[in-house]
Design a protein around this ligand. Sequence first.
Ligand SMILES: *[C@@H]1O[C@H](CO)[C@@H](O)[C@H](O)[C@H]1NC(C)=O
Ligand SMILES: *[C@@H]1O[C@H](CO)[C@@H](O)[C@H](O)[C@H]1NC(C)=O
Ligand SMILES: *[C@@H]1O[C@H](CO)[C@@H](O)[C@H](O)[C@H]1NC(C)=O
Length: 256
Amino acid sequence: MGLSFFIQCTCLVLLLVSLTLVHAQRKVFDVTNYGARADGKIDNSKAFINAWNGACQNIGGGMVLFPKGTFVVAPVVLPGRCKGPMELEIQGTLQASKEVKDFIGIDHWITIQYVDGLNISGGGTLDGLGADGWGYNDCLKNPGRCKQLPATLRLDFVTKGYITNITSINSKNTHINLFACKEVLIRNIKISAPGESPNTDGIHIGNSQNIYIVDSQISTGDDCVSVLPGSQYINVTGVQCGPGHGISIGSLGRDL
Ligand SMILES: *[C@@H]1O[C@H](CO)[C@@H](O)[C@H](O)[C@H]1NC(C)=O
Ligand SMILES: *[C@@H]1O[C@H](CO)[C@@H](O)[C@H](O)[C@H]1NC(C)=O
Ligand SMILES: *[C@@H]1O[C@H](CO)[C@@H](O)[C@H](O)[C@H]1NC(C)=O
């Protein structure tokens, strides 16, 4: 009797816990419900922005989902402030634009700004299609007035971020750029670009505090992690670097 009461009780508790978990599941904003198509051709940036705005304006936040497939995305800015924490779940591949007009002189591909609570994961890939941009990088020949190419992912003024289980390949410039961020954990990610690719830094950190980069693999043509002025409490642990230039601190005077 005592035992069966205990078992019933346990079941009830488990049921309540699982109901709560279901209830707590974040509302999903699937980009394909906003017109996105994984055909590797059409530009899905409008669908991305609309799904993002839907999630951002949802009370309690939401999850923007890219299901499997290859989605072409032109440069986008995804702004906060949001009505709750945000998740970006990338299961497929986001592919940058091949159009020269979409990237010469533009500093970002995907920018997320002013978000408090941001998780990016899903096992998918950000493909910067770098080879379509590297030829325009003339900074060695033309220092001072060289053409800017976009970073793959920029987080500006993001707090409590978590980036995990994502791959970034062949960015046209830096792969991930953190500016004025606080409490960001980057774990189990993979960054790769050929050793001879110009300025394909792994992760740039500027004006940011409490940034953890853990258990990740970064193989690029340039710095693996670089820490710029104004940054404090940066912890890089268990990161495999190479063939690039390794970890650098304070690339002062460098053009971002
Ligand atoms: C982000 O992931 C962490 C670790 O799994 C979790 O604790 C946190 O609640 C998540 N935040 C959001 C906004 O999903
Ligand atoms: C990465 O994401 C994929 C797809 O959602 C999932 O199946 C896998 O378990 C995740 N891996 C880790 C280490 O979280
Ligand atoms: C850096 O992070 C690692 C992994 O999370 C942790 O074990 C270590 O204690 C941290 N170091 C400092 C100085 O906080």
